[in-house]
Design a protein around this ligand. Structure first.
Ligand SMILES: C[S@@+](CC[C@H](N)C(=O)[O-])C[C@H]1O[C@@H](n2cnc3c(N)ncnc32)[C@H](O)[C@@H]1O
Length: 449
């Protein structure tokens, strides 16, 4: 008994095409990679020098000698400025506009209370029937983080661009280990990183993996993971989750009780559709990897569905001169994925889903829905939810240097900003910062009709 809670790119060269691989690739580019290369000092200095040169107004009478001297002096001044900056701040190789230090100075000195202003909109979530939550605590998460970092370092796919980064790998591993399922089902495998994570959590348990392209196809081009104790419905044997005869398949795997199965979705399909399919089959424990915030992503997510005005943090105003527009436009300067009102709102001030659309299948099948339909969807979801738990980001942005998601739209991180010693003690400081850029509110739900 369970104890309680972008699309992949087409890597060419396979002889058997993935039916959704073009979809996946286009989604990946639309959604952009979940990793970003860090800015380099050379690039930073080069652009700074370029901007100095472009800003200089040099009289035509100046000889090239004078020009060289003035450039040299300007360069010396810039070096002096840089050394003062480095002396009085934390040593960072470059100060890009998204630098957490710049952001935090900006927030604390000039925009005091901005995060709590946004908090009046806050973090939407789904109400469960009885208001139940998970058994685990923040202390359990911290303890598990320390254990997981060395495991993560041994991952076979070191660069899982377009797949899960550190936060969600940790979340999946933690929940699979805590819930102790007798069988794990995965929909959306890509190169197999998430299969590997599930395997680390439950070494003896059978996995069923559904993905149009078999992960072994990726082995031709580079690292991939194929699990020896996994039944693959992949390649020419691919069957969509909604079309599997689950009673039969579970019987074949010696599992009678659906509540002993954990289902993990990372297939970028409409989560309302997946929720209904899972419920109909009889599954109880689901994890959705990409639980996109309202206005973002390539499929309708639980978070979008539950984003309703009666929920703290829910519902939106498309009023261009309102507080929400003002706050959004400020936060957009700091976080890649923060949205301006114009990006959030579609025709007729539709803000739900993505500008009034219920997206599906990597943004390839979209349907405009009315607010009444959107509201009905949330009522349905709430009526089947026993537990809704969003994985918090593992650490605050000043520690991870992530620049993607707006922390004001995410639950409080496991390791909060300022807890640098803890961050280091857990081994998180050893990881490449790019692995922290893929957080999209992974969610665990326990459901029943
Ligand atoms: C974002 S990737 C999964 C990443 C993977 N879970 C990881 O973390 O490494 C999405 C995957 O879903 C697959 N996919 C597309 N349509 C699907 C469907 N209907 N059912 C299952 N998987 C699907 C894509 O081919 C791709 O491999």
């Amino acid at each position: 008994m369970l104890s309680s809670r972008r699309g992949a790119p087409t890597i060419g060269g396979g002889d058997e095409e993935d039916p959704t691989s073009t979809t996946a690739a286009s989604s990946a580019s639309a959604e952009e990679p979940k990793t970003h290369p860090p800015a380099t000092l050379t690039a930073c200095l080069a652009s700074y020098t370029r901007s100095l040169v472009s800003r200089s107004t040099i009289p035509p009478s100046f000889s090239s000698h004078c020009l060289a001297i003035s450039l040299f002096v300007a360069f010396l001044f810039s070096l002096l400025g840089l050394s003062l900056l480095l002396r009085y701040t934390r040593p960072v190789p470059c100060i890009p506009p998204y630098d957490p230090l710049v952001r935090s100075v900006h927030f604390t000195r000039r925009l005091e209370g901005l995060a709590s202003d946004f908090g009046s909109l806050g973090v939407p979530w789904c109400r469960s029937k009885q208001g139940r939550s998970v058994d685990w605590t923040p202390a359990d998460l911290i303890k598990a983080l320390e254990e997981f970092v060395p495991i993560y370092e041994t991952r076979p796919i070191q660069n899982n661009m377009y797949g899960m980064g550190f936060d969600h790998s940790f979340g999946l591993w933690f929940m699979a280990r805590w819930l102790k399922p007798d069988l794990m089902v995965e929909s959306g495998a890509f190169k197999g990183h998430s299969t590997w994570v599930l395997r680390q959590a439950r070494p003896e348990v059978k996995i069923i993996s559904l993905s149009p392209r078999h992960p072994e196809k990726y082995l031709k081009k580079g690292p991939a993971y194929v699990d020896p104790n996994c039944t693959y419905f992949a390649g020419k044997n691919f069957v969509d989750f909604g079309s599997v005869e689950w009673h039969k398949v579970l019987m074949q795997h010696g599992v009678k009780d659906f509540s002993k199965v954990l289902v993990f979705f990372d297939d970028h399909q409409n989560e309302l559709k997946r929720l209904k399919q899972a419920l109909k089959a009889g599954f109880r424990h689901l994890i959705f990897e990409d639980n996109y915030d309202t206005g973002t992503g390539d499929h309708y997510s639980l978070r979008q569905i539950c984003d309703q005005s009666y929920i703290r943090g829910g519902g939106h105003s498309c009023f261009r001169d309102g507080d929400e527009a003002r706050i959004r436009s400020k936060r957009k300067k700091f976080w890649d994925k923060a949205l301006e009102i114009d990006e959030l709102c579609g025709k007729g001030e539709t803000w739900w889903g993505v500008r009034g659309y219920m997206r599906d299948d990597f943004n390839h099948s979209n349907k405009a829905i009315s607010y009444a339909e959107h509201f009905q969807n949330s009522r349905f979801v709430e009526s089947v939810l026993n537990v809704y738990w969003e994985l918090p980001p593992v650490a605050g942005p000043s520690l991870t240097h992530q620049t993607r998601y707006d922390p004001a739209r995410a639950p409080d991180p496991v390791v909060e900003d300022g807890r640098y010693a803890l961050f280091q003690r857990l081994g998180l400081g050893k990881l490449d910062p790019s692995v922290f850029n893929g957080y999209t509110q992974m969610v665990y739900v326990e459901i029943s009709p």
